[in-house]
Every structure is written in C-alpha cells, then in structure tokens.
Design a protein. Structure first.
Length: 109
C-alpha cells in the first residue's frame, strides 16, 4: 500500500491531486482502497470521476477550429469597439486643439 495522501491545509485537494486519484480509478484501482488512502469518502471520489469525465466530454464536443473561430469573432468585435473609441478620442483631441469643446450628442447637418 502507498503512503497516505492527505489533503492540503483546510481539507482541500488540488486539481492535480484530484486528477491523480481519478486517473487511478479509471485505471481500475479499487474505489474503497483509494477512498481510505486519500482520506475522503467514496462518494466524493466518484463525484471527482464524474466531473473529470464530464469535462473531458465537453472538451470533445467542440472542434478546436470551432473554438478558434469563436475566439476570433470575439476579438474582432473587441477590436471594432476599441477602434470606435479611439476615433472618438481623436475627434475630441482635434476639437479641443481647435478651441472648440467636444459636445456629446448628435451633430447638426
């Protein structure tokens, strides 16, 4: 039997330690033995396993290219917002340099 694997201070396990326990379960080690070794109830180990598998499943549901395309769209939207803000600031600086106050609102035709 291996040495006791106690949780960190405060009774919490790090994600790395939980992953280690879950991988051992998935490799076929006995749930009850691991429960005793880690000092947690079997139900908690089972929940960690379910959470781990659910996270893995979610990772497989979207293709990496889909995630990249989503990120690109979000970044392009942000660039658009920043560009508009920069243009407004540039316009304000020009008006102030010409001695005219910057007025927020609609421009007159």
């Amino acid at each position: 039997m291996t040495k006791k694997s106690k949780p960190a201070e405060g009774g919490r396990f790090s994600a790395r330690r939980k992953t280690e326990a879950v991988l051992r379960l998935l490799r076929g080690e006995d749930l009850e033995l691991l429960s005793r070794e880690y000092g947690v109830v079997a139900a908690r180990l089972s929940q960690w396993r379910e959470d781990f598998l659910c996270g893995g499943q979610l990772g497989l549901q979207q293709r990496p290219s889909d995630l990249q395309e989503e990120q690109i769209k979000e970044l392009q939207a942000k660039i658009g917002e920043l560009t508009m803000a920069n243009e407004l600031l540039h316009h304000q600086v020009q008006r102030q340099a010409n001695g005219r106050p910057f007025v927020v609102g609609r421009s007159k035709p």
